[in-house]
Design a protein around this ligand. Sequence first.
Ligand code: HEM
Length: 399
Amino acid sequence: MKPPMDPIAAATHADPYPYYAQLVANQPLYHDSALGAWVASSADAVTAVLTSDLCGIRPVGEPVPAAISESSAAEIFRHLVRMTDGDGHGPLKEAVSAALASVGRDQVVRQSNTSARILLAGQGQRLELDRSQDFIFGLPVHVLGSLLGIPQDRLQQTALWMSDFVHCLAPASSPEQIKQGNVAASHLRDMFRGLLVDQPNQPDDSLLGVLVRETQRVGYEAVDLLIANSIGFLWQGYEATAGLIGNTLLTLATHTEVRDDVAADPSLLTHVIQEVLRYDAPIQNTRRFINCDGILAGQKMKTGDAILVVLAAANRDPAANPNPERFDMFRRDRQIFSFGAGVHACPGDALATAIARTGIEELLATGATLMQSHENVTYRPSANARIPLLSSVTGSSLQ
Ligand code: HEM
């Protein structure tokens, strides 16, 4: 098998891990002139970049990508906690994290059960490729959307809007994708504006209700900011959670011993998911931009330099996780870089793993087995998300 062309192509390569191992061993932080960016891959280099004051989440002077400026998508993008740095970030992160933490585990599991059953209903004996994709992408939107108060009959449409919205934010999106993404962004903004107007009639402890209260508590009242970060929950959870579900299903399909262990004791799925997060990360890389000249991890960097931060390679650094190529669900002191680190670390990790676990349990409870081999795995095109296109799922009782 040919190695990937570069660390971006690696995200969707059939087996990028030998290539990442070479980077970690020989070029833990180097400048890739073809990419026009630094590449950080070892656990130390990734940690140094993600925790450095020299780095920002957006290039200096470009808070919103030029391709979407002056659009509905831009109005969402500019207010996202994920895309904000400096004084505005800390309080907003506190509010967003408090809102996500307010959702109890039992509540997520209950909602994930309900949503998984709805999505699996009427599948017949065989869950074909496009329908299994509907399941893995639909589940996070249905669960998070329901927690936010989106009515059941609008969730399917919301998942379609989310798909268009995500495509328009990708670094290599086409003019057509940007156009469709903007239409989706307008619909999403209108829907959330309506939900906010109706908020006084909703339960106090709904995710949207808590987000409203928490943002007010830290001093923000702007409706646009609330709308953007509610959409941000759906956006952040969409591809990443789909990748976690897909990569876990793929692991069960291709590692017979893991599948047998889980069949004998379904509670082991929790350990399997933690190891999948390390072994085959759903989000393989993220980006940073140097916002003032300085030395970072021993390298001289200049304002405007871009850095590709290869989280999936750091997960496989033997200095962080010994024998990294071994899938070990009982790994001790596991270090996972897949949720990022530092001030922008993911506040949705517990929610994402609970949704993935419950959804997979529901799928397996239908008697489903996965038809897949290592050789024919392909991945949905992306610069950073690793989401397998599973060939099919068969089951004795999928109905
Ligand atoms: C398996 C699923 C998920 C993965 C692998 C994942 C991964 C990540 C990563 C790597 C970052 C940091 C990005 C960076 O520093 O450049 C991040 C940030 C974030 N994630 Fe997640 N995420 C997942 C699910 C979720 C879910 C379900 C939510 C919310 C419902 C969420 C909300 C957020 C938010 C709000 C941020 C921005 C935090 C900040 O910028 O301070 N994530 N996520």
